[in-house]
Design a protein around this ligand. Structure first.
Ligand SMILES: Nc1ncnc2c1ncn2[C@@H]1O[C@H](C[S@+](CC[C@H]([NH3+])C(=O)[O-])CC(=O)[O-])[C@@H](O)[C@H]1O
Ligand SMILES: O=C(O)C(=O)Cc1ccccc1
Length: 261
């Protein structure tokens, strides 16, 4: 076995370590699927904490006889956190991703853990084509940042429509800072985080180039505006670590039918 084969088989992310390999646009392919757990944990400050907390949020917010959606599920970390925490009649988790290698790996992982307290249904589809219906909870955990900008408003609007009254969207994103000095500082802090996680300066620079125009962060104000435009009546940040944050947005509860005039 050559050292290259060995690298491809191990689970530690060294995908951007080789200076000889040309940098191509980032894709969720087979090589990424193999190292994804390690990659996201060492790249996204607070990732583990967020996933654990989404399990707790799900336990509190999911409703009986409704669906929870994990959109852009990758290897299913959020779906599993929800499935292990939620114990309600008639509840199911729909886990959607358009990258076959990611979903295939997730299916293998699920098979080893089933039966889970709440069933998880993996769906290979683009989010533009997914019907969201009877949802008490929808999670976009670092997924919207990969959706083309012109499609983002429609996705958030369809999520709002598919939620039951009082239903909740959890949106985690890498954000852009509006003040250029803050943007420079937060970028440096994120890179310092990655260095502390064992990535070299070269790996950081090469991955950054691969993500250019693929992962497109937006300012918090843009997210808030889009979420409010879609009809959500309440939005709060519940987690932030440098330029990575998570929002919780609530759909208005069912009207009581009483007039306050
Ligand atoms: N249009 C799309 N349709 C479907 N899936 C998509 C689309 N665009 C991107 N994806 C999928 O969204 C996921 C984004 S990763 C989410 C981590 C996960 N939520 C986690 O909590 O571990 C975040 C990251 O890698 O930074 C990938 O699996 C893509 O294939
Ligand atoms: O690595 C980065 O710089 C990121 O912003 C996060 C990330 C994590 C996993 C895949 C793609 C991007």
């Amino acid at each position: 076995m050559s050292s290259r084969d060995f690298d491809l088989n191990q689970t530690r992310d060294r995908l951007f370590a080789d200076p000889q390999t040309p940098v191509a646009a980032f894709r969720f392919d087979d090589r990424v699927a193999r190292v994804f757990d390690d990659m996201i944990e060492r790249s996204v400050p607070g990732y583990r904490t967020i996933v654990t907390a989404i399990g707790l949020l799900g336990e509190r917010l999911a409703r009986p006889h409704s669906r929870c959606y994990d959109l852009g599920c990758s290897l299913g970390a959020v779906s599993l956190a929800l499935a292990q925490r939620i114990q309600l009649p008639g509840c199911e988790i729909i886990a959607v991703d358009n990258a076959w290698p990611m979903l295939a790996q997730m299916r293998r992982r699920l098979a080893a853990l089933e039966p889970l307290p709440t069933p998880v249904r993996p769906v290979c589809a683009d989010l533009a084509d997914v019907r969201i219906d009877n949802a008490s909870l929808v999670v976009l955990n670092f997924t919207l940042q990969f959706v083309p900008l012109p499609q983002r408003a429609d996705l958030i609007a369809r999520i709002h429509q598919g939620l039951v009254p009082g239903g909740v969207l959890i949106l985690s994103e890498k954000i852009a800072l509006e003040d250029p000095r803050q943007q420079a500082l937060f970028t440096e802090l994120h890179h310092a985080f990655k260095r502390a996680q064992g990535y070299s300066g070269l790996e950081i620079a090469r991955k950054r180039a691969a993500l250019e125009n693929v992962l497109v962060p937006e300012p918090l104000a843009v997210h808030r505006h889009r979420i409010e435009q879609a009809g959500f009546t309440s939005v709060e940040v519940w987690f932030q670590y440098f330029n990575f944050l998570s929002l919780i947005a609530i759909k208005a509860p069912a009207s009581t039918g009483q007039s306050h005039e």
